[in-house]
Design a protein. Sequence first.
Length: 553
Amino acid sequence: MDYGIHPSLLRKDLTERARPTFLILLATSGLVLLVVCANVANLSLSRQLRREREMAIRAALGASRSRLLRQMVTESTILSLIGGGLGILLAWWGLPPLISFAERFTSRAHEISLDSHVLLFTLGVSLLTGVVFGSIPAAASHMNLSAPLKEGSGNATAGVSRQRIRNVLVVAQVALSFALLAGAGLMLRSFYNMTRVDPGFKPQNVVSLFIQLDWSRYKQNSDFAAFDAQLLEKINQNPAVLSAAVGRTYPLNETQPVTVRFQVDGRERGPGEPEPVFDLRSVTPGYFQTLGIPLDRGRYFTDGDSAKAPVVAIINRSMARHYWGNGDPLGHRVTVNNGEDTITVVGIVGDVTQYWLDKPPVDELYLPLAQNPTNVASLLVRTKQDPTPLICQLVAAVYAIDPDQPVVRIRTIEQVRQESLAPPRLMSTLLGCFALLALVITAAGVAGVMGLAVSQRVKEIGIRMALGATRADVLRMALGHRLLLVATGLAAGFALSVAGTRLMSGLLFRVQPNDPLTLVGVTLLFLAIGGAACYGAARRVTGVDPLTALRSE
């Protein structure tokens, strides 16, 4: 059978799989940075309230507004640079796991390093966040010096603009954290769905050994066939072996497909209809039994399907459905090489997930390895129990035929299946960690702002309680406004997640970007955590003695 070459850009091939994943991780990191910056800005506003008297005295002594702004921006920038430096240390510590993660997507993973571009980027982000979010508290401050100087304790009620900025920051934190958690929830559901996929074969107790015969010693197709026959005979003599086979490849091992253009005998193509293609796989008799691939109709390959026998093939359900519909393809023929070679269909087997568990099966045609030999193949062995203890015996069987023949990439098919799940598992884990970090930061920020807001109303609360307000009334009053902010943030986060999760639709499997179950679950989680954060701060004030509260100022 003839083979062709399809050119493609090397840069695209090396990075195509990695690009969507790393863009999602970059966007996630940016959202976490925004959550942290919003929290820091909120804390800076709260800190400024306690420094109002100090700032008022500085202004009274001649400090200009720009001078006070420079002081606050300098303090914020120094903290931001320290945080950036600690981030570089964490990145250096986490570089090996990141490279291991990237190796699953691209062969250029070894190029990842903490070079000058990364350091300059970190410096720029640290300076930018320090300047921008350090300026927010200063922009919200007022120049009325009399009120802070008259209030000795520093419990001045925040100005309207400053209160609005704090509220906006709380809403932004909740919205961004909601979007992150929604994305992580969708990825976790996708990963769970992938673990439930039936791959179309039974990976338990099957081991694979990759063998590439030396071209200088095995030159003819008959040499390949003779080696395979000797190997299978020797392997099947082992009493622990149930079945064995040789195939050019096997499911989920990430090899590039061999696609072949063909024509169904008696079926003409329509105008402009492209020539159909199938994935070609060459296997020995026993391949389907070894992997547990079910036979729908027809027969499996036998030893009679030799190089001198008529060329026969087994197709999968997908190909049978696409080109024969409700008809019976058994006995029908397909032609390849522009009609030069004719292949008769003798069997139909179940669909197998060959490349990725989240991708649908492709049209496949299996040929007997004797009729389409190759020097590159994998030995597949199904054993009665765990095949790991038998690996040395299987390798010894290869060496008994040819002591110089290398055997590499020895893996159980169950390991291959688990490795195919590693990228979505790592992606879900990273997004989950980012989302939980943002959630914790947001909860701490909401609790901190809630605590500050309540502490500024201690005297008001004391008066209300002195006039007969119950602790439940005070608790409802303290909780109401902050819970409204959380609810507003959830509404904004819902809208943000509806737009943002569409960008990661290509990474999702059997779950919609706007999955109602995920969004409702995240909403309930946020309401519970946000309510707990607000309740913890509000609950403390209900225990304040009214007389103590009235004396607080």
